[in-house]
Design a protein around this ligand. Structure first.
Ligand SMILES: Cc1cc2nc3c(=O)[nH]c(=O)nc-3n(C[C@H](O)[C@H](O)[C@H](O)COP(=O)(O)OP(=O)(O)OC[C@H]3O[C@@H](n4cnc5c(N)ncnc54)[C@H](O)[C@@H]3O)c2cc1C
Length: 289
């Protein structure tokens, strides 16, 4: 199918984006990698009157550590993360995710910021961002604000951006020596969206107990969600097999999957139990002794 007719604005700077927002108001939609928006337009699920293409903006594709965090620009592609030596050596969850988002063609164009802004219930990066305690920088003419990921994700395909704002950056806390994570995804075939997937992070204190844990799940609810009770069960004690099993059982109860062609509710809950257990065990093994 062909998209409905739309206007196209080529933005060469953020000022061009803000001018387009001002001119077209709510009719304008940002175009980043186009890997979710264009298919939705072709299916007429989305019919924006104006596309504001941010790809010509030169300084939005970056990946840099600064002030104890990794900053990922709005035009940093999945493939930039997949092949980054920094990501591979230091950011376990992100390295795992970047290898399994869609397929190489999509990864060459799609962006992490676009995936988080899109907030598809099955988006890999949103689950990972919850586990990693990431935040989102929303910028409008005259200023920026930083939104914790839990507040940014509002509902299926809905985020906390206000009119006139776009995502310019995602901020991902850099793991210290006692933090590690992992991402595990079950898909029907390579390149598919998740049947269920889990991102897990463990941060240990000086005694080797869990100072904090992050468990993000996707494809098992209206949007990616945190297994809050499971995270609490882990905090304050050793990351033992028993405590990991208890957190996994808890996460399986906390998720809210729907039956579809990928599986039944019970099947998906059990996937979550297994994936949480495996992801936490892998994260534990990745923490430097
Ligand atoms: C065949 C196929 C398979 C896929 N499989 C997976 C998968 O397994 N897992 C997965 O997680 N994803 C998958 N995707 C989606 C893919 O990861 C997209 O790249 C991603 O969801 C959106 O990123 P994008 O840069 O392409 O955004 P776009 O398609 O350009 O935009 C998506 C939405 O986000 C908004 N947006 C984008 N950037 C910004 C910004 N900076 N500020 C404000 N709003 C913005 C747009 O206006 C639009 O509403 C798949 C896509 C395809 C086509």
């Amino acid at each position: 199918m062909f998209p409905a007719a739309f206007e196209y604005v080529r933005a060469n700077s953020l000022d061009d984006v803000f001018a387009a927002f001002q001119k077209y108001g709510g009719d304008a939609r940002v175009l980043a990698g186009g890997q979710s928006l264009i298919p939705a337009m072709r299916l007429r699920l989305a019919q924006p009157a104006v596309l504001v293409d941010i790809n010509p903006i030169g300084n939005l594709a970056y990946l840099k550590e600064d002030g104890g965090a990794l900053k990922i620009g709005a035009l940093t592609r999945h493939a930039d993360l997949e092949f980054s030596p920094l990501i591979q050596s230091k950011y376990g969850i992100m390295a795992d995710v970047a290898r399994v988002v869609a397929d190489p063609i999509v990864r060459n164009r799609g962006t992490l910021c676009g995936a988080i802004a899109h907030n598809d219930p099955a988006a890999d990066w949103t689950a990972a961002a919850l586990a990693g305690n990431a935040s989102v920088v929303a910028t409008k003419k005259g200023g920026s604000r930083t939104i914790p990921i839990d507040d940014f994700l509002v509902d299926s395909f809905t985020n906390a951006l206000q009119p006139g704002e776009l995502v310019t950056e995602v901020i991902w806390p850099s793991p210290d020596g006692r933090t590690a994570g992992a991402y595990m995804k079950i898909e029907r075939k390579v390149g598919d969206y998740a049947t269920a997937a889990v991102a897990a992070r463990l941060t240990l204190d000086a005694q080797g107990n869990v100072a904090s844990a992050g468990i993000g799940m996707c494809a098992v609810g209206p949007q990616a969600m945190r297994a809050k009770a499971g995270e609490k069960l882990l905090a304050g004690g050793a990351p033992s097999d028993d405590r990991i099993a208890a957190a996994a059982e808890s996460a399986a109860k906390e998720c809210d999957p729907a039956e579809d062609t990928r599986g039944s509710v019970d099947f998906k809950r059990d996937l979550i139990r297994v994936l949480v257990s495996r992801a936490l065990t892998t994260a534990r093994g990745r923490i430097k002794k």
